[in-house]
Ligand binder design. Structure first.
Ligand code: ADP
Ligand code: MG
Length: 556
């Protein structure tokens, strides 16, 4: 077998060009990325070894080793994790394996400053090695295979993969440090970086000097440590690792459940909206561990799809280690944890909404549309809790309105919660149906997410006894509502005007009906308008107009 040289996928080349030339002040994070990958590789093998113990029979003490060669100016990281096959080398280190990274490439602008700040936002995983090295070698052998492979590149467009000797399984990454990156040969510097970014990694990260091995991190699973011993920075770094994320957690939920089912939960709500939140294949990023052993990050049923923005870990004591992924699908233990986890997250969200409404508004902008799916999905089990959490733009002002707030602001004689469903806020505001409500000072909620059309149809019991009513449907009972300050005219004046108009209007209605014929069901006078002469409405029993528009778009 001969060496094979291939070009990087075009996106990778583009990415590497920026990475190599970035004046990124935090380039020390390359170490975090490489350690994070090494830890993932150990997790993967530990899982495989549950059903195939031979894989780790010769060596079951997972470890990540770091060593520096002053003379050769190389920094080496080695792990005894799962390793890679030849094909995996090409897939993982030649193309953009991670969807997050392709989003990064899409954003690349060519403006050095902007692109550098993008690195901090997206992170570039393995390729960050080229921030400090002008040549990188990856020597790897897949667990269970007998030959190894050497991947080499200077990050300038091509890489080479060749068969190579490797005595044991796992991966050794050698970085030939750039001239200005020699600081990463110093033990002190490396120790500080590991403590800062990788303390939570549940495998020992050791510095090797001759025969000596010095462990640099705590090497215990962060989620099992007492909360009082964990700093915000610890949580943040763990979030980066477990979520393959680069933003800060917006909210952290960490708890230990004791009793019938024992487990640890450590979950994060991101502060940035993931680019793939609405891709149909998007799933949550909560990893399932059993007694500290990683089992899977593809477990349906652990987190409802409307909490798919969550990242983190659930570590359960009450599942067998050798539980198959299929067995997990309809497992009662998983179902119980899922229920408790959902309650806990919603409870913490409610607290935050109350205590920090501005921060909550930020969360709502990112994830509100997803959360609302819970109002009608899965039997809407958590409807009550969710109705406390939903927020809307409304005619009341720029601040987001809660349903409780709306109910408090309701006018005397107002029985219903009024909303208008529209494509966006501007369309809602421009809608003539709104005029009468605005004039009377009756608040109208703007429902501008496609999902709104679905859950409002299921709100048969209303909210706290108040029905939800679309203002584009049926006869909105505005007449019964006492005017707010917005209406200037006195009642007597209005009556006068009405009396004068009635005769005229009746005649007008007859001629409009004749002109429109069968294209409309009916023509009526209304309180709904104050400026516009006419508007369309749907019947109480008909489909909402916005829903009809959406379905038409999809040719239903
Ligand atoms: P991510 O870790 O988010 O998937 P990276 O760019 O950091 O993205 O790594 C790309 C892929 O390369 C990993 O998903 C993994 O499959 C593979 N990889 C990287 N480092 C190692 C390693 N030390 N051992 C095994 N596989 C690795
Ligand atoms: Mg990685």
């Amino acid at each position: 077998m001969a060496a094979e040289t291939r070009s990087f996928q075009a996106e990778v080349s583009k990415l590497l060009h920026i990475v190599a030339n970035a004046l990124y002040s935090e380039r020390e994070v390359f170490l975090r990325e490489l350690i994070s990958n090494a830890a993932d590789a150990c997790d993967k093998l530990r899982f495989l070894a549950i059903s195939d113990p031979d894989l780790t029979a010769d060596d079951s003490a997972f470890k990540i080793r770091i060593s520096a060669d002053e003379k050769a100016k190389t920094l080496t990281l080695s792990d005894n994790g799962v390793g890679m096959t030849e094909a995996e080398l090409h897939d993982n280190l030649g193309t953009i394996a991670r969807s997050g990274t392709s989003a990064f490439v899409d954003e690349i602008s060519g403006d050095a400053k902007k692109d550098t700040s993008l690195i901090g936002q997206f992170g570039v995983g393995f390729y960050s090695a080229f921030m400090v090295a002008d040549k990188v070698e990856v020597l790897t052998r897949k667990a269970g295979e007998s030959t190894g492979w050497l991947w080499t590149s200077d990050g300038l467009g091509e890489y080479t993969v060749a068969p190579a000797e490797k005595a044991t399984r796992g991966t050794i990454i050698t970085l030939h440090l750039k001239k200005d990156a020699k600081e990463f040969l110093e033990k002190q510097r490396l120790q500080t970086i590991v403590r800062t970014y990788s303390d939570h990694i549940p495998f020992p990260v050791v510095f090797v000097e001759g025969e000596d091995e010095d462990t640099l991190n705590q090497a215990s699973a962060l989620w099992t440590r007492p909360k009082s011993e964990i700093s915000d920075d610890d949580y943040k770094e763990f979030y980066h690792h477990v979520g393959h994320a680069f933003d800060d957690p917006w909210m952290t939920v960490h708890w230990k459940a004791e009793g019938r089912i024992e487990y640890h939960g450590l979950l994060f709500v991101p502060s940035q909206r993931p680019f793939d939140l609405f891709h149909p294949e998007r799933r949550h990023h909560v990893k399932l561990y059993v007694k500290r052993v990683f089992i899977t990050d593809e477990i349906e049923g652990l987190v409802p799809s409307w909490l798919r923005f969550l990242k983190g870990v659930v570590d359960c004591e009450d599942l067998p280690l050798n539980v198959s992924r299929e067995m997990l699908q309809h497992n009662p233990v998983v179902a119980t944890i899922s229920k408790a986890l959902t309650k806990r997250v919603l409870g913490d969200l409610a607290k935050k909404a109350k205590k920090e409404p501005e921060a909550y508004a930020e969360f709502w902008r990112n994830f509100g549309a997803v959360l609302k799916e819970g109002l009608y999905a899965d039997g809407a089990e958590h409807k009550e809790a969710l109705l406390d959490l939903v927020r809307f733009k409304s005619t009341a002002g720029d601040e987001l309105a809660s349903l409780d707030g709306y109910i408090e602001r309701m006018k005397e004689g107002q029985e219903a919660i009024y909303y208008i469903a529209a494509e966006d806020e501007a369309a809602a505001k421009a809608s003539p149906q709104l005029e009468g409500f605005v004039k009377k000072g009756v608040e109208v909620l703007f429902l501008t997410d496609p999902i709104d059309e679905f859950w409002v149809q299921t709100m048969f019991d209303g909210v706290k006894g108040k029905p939800l009513k679309s203002i584009t449907r049926g006869g909105a009972d505005l007449a019964a509502i006492k005017s707010g300050d917005a209406e200037k005219k006195s009642d007597a004046e209005t009556k006068d005007d009405e009396a004068k108009d009635t005769g005229l209007v009746d005649g007008l209605i007859v001629s409009v009906k004749l002109a429109l014929g069968a294209t409309v069901k009916d023509v009526r006078t209304t309180d709904r308008l104050s400026e516009s002469p006419v508007c369309l409405v749907a019947d109480e029993t008909d489909m909402d107009m916005n829903l009809e528009r959406m379905l038409r778009q999809h040719k239903q």
